[in-house]
Write a protein that binds this ligand. Sequence first.
Ligand SMILES: Nc1ncnc2c1ncn2[C@@H]1O[C@H](COP(=O)(O)OP(=O)(O)OP(=O)(O)O)[C@@H](O)[C@H]1O
Ligand SMILES: [Mg+2]
Length: 296
Amino acid sequence: MVDVLCIGHVAYDVTLPLKDYPLENSKYVIDYKIEGGGGPASNAAYLLSKWGIKTSFIGLLGDDAYGKNIIEEFKNVGTDTSMVKMAKDYPTPYSTILVNIKSGTRTIINCKVPYSQLDIDQKDLEKLNPKVMLFDGHELKTSIKAIELFPNAKTILDAGSVREGTLVLGERVDYLIVSENFALSYCEMESLKNENDYEECMSKMKKLNKHGQIVVTLGERGLIYEEKGKVKSLDAYKVKAVDTTGAGDIFHGAFAYGLINNYSLIENLKLSSKTSAISVQTLGGRKSIPDKDKII
Ligand SMILES: Nc1ncnc2c1ncn2[C@@H]1O[C@H](COP(=O)(O)OP(=O)(O)OP(=O)(O)O)[C@@H](O)[C@H]1O
Ligand SMILES: [Mg+2]
């Protein structure tokens, strides 16, 4: 049995910190690089384990050096990886992340992998019996199986972009926490800048999810959410960002922690905002996840 089950994408990220954005056909020397596992559900699972929550991750890895490295990282924080599959004919998804440390922005170059979906045996899944489940739209088949198997678990979707997986799960979850990119694309809007935009966005988002709590994260501008029929906003913490990689993943992981610990919605949004604001001040995705005692 576990407290949280995270299902979704896992990749190997190599972060290259640059003093400025590179120019075409030029050469740069950097002092160091950061590498390790990444991916929304995977980073959330890592945070939860690091914070002492019994967490299981389900996702697909290649049976290669990157895959082995990621399993090792999970084991170091105590994540249950018994249902992670390492496939022989599948390369671990790989990304190079160029971070401009002046602005904190990140440019991700993703190496495409063949489409592949995990199919976890129902009997194996049953053993987990989680209280909270977090999805990112990848591994749709297994995510739906888990929703049907554990109807009482609270569910969170980290929706980064509009795709089949995020749309199907977006309808069903209790907490639909989407990126600005997802909201603009789903709502067919140009920008999310003022209260009129926020109202329009929320009313359109409610067509996707009619029963749950919707939150739209807006990077350094914070987030919007709805409470008792009113659209509200919460500012981000004012910090100097050096690398925003994984801010959203870390936000969602912290939110799952808040659900396990029965935080109220606003307490939970503050906890998640604070955790991600601390993370953007340090380089790396999961390497920038703060210790729990820095937050709580
Ligand atoms: N520059 C920043 N300063 C302070 N807080 C930030 C900053 N960037 C992100 N955050 C916090 O993290 C939350 C999530 O960030 P964001 O909206 O960028 O997620 P995202 O679009 O899912 O990004 P990704 O998945 O690529 O990490 C924001 O709502 C905010 O609270
Ligand atoms: Mg995200």
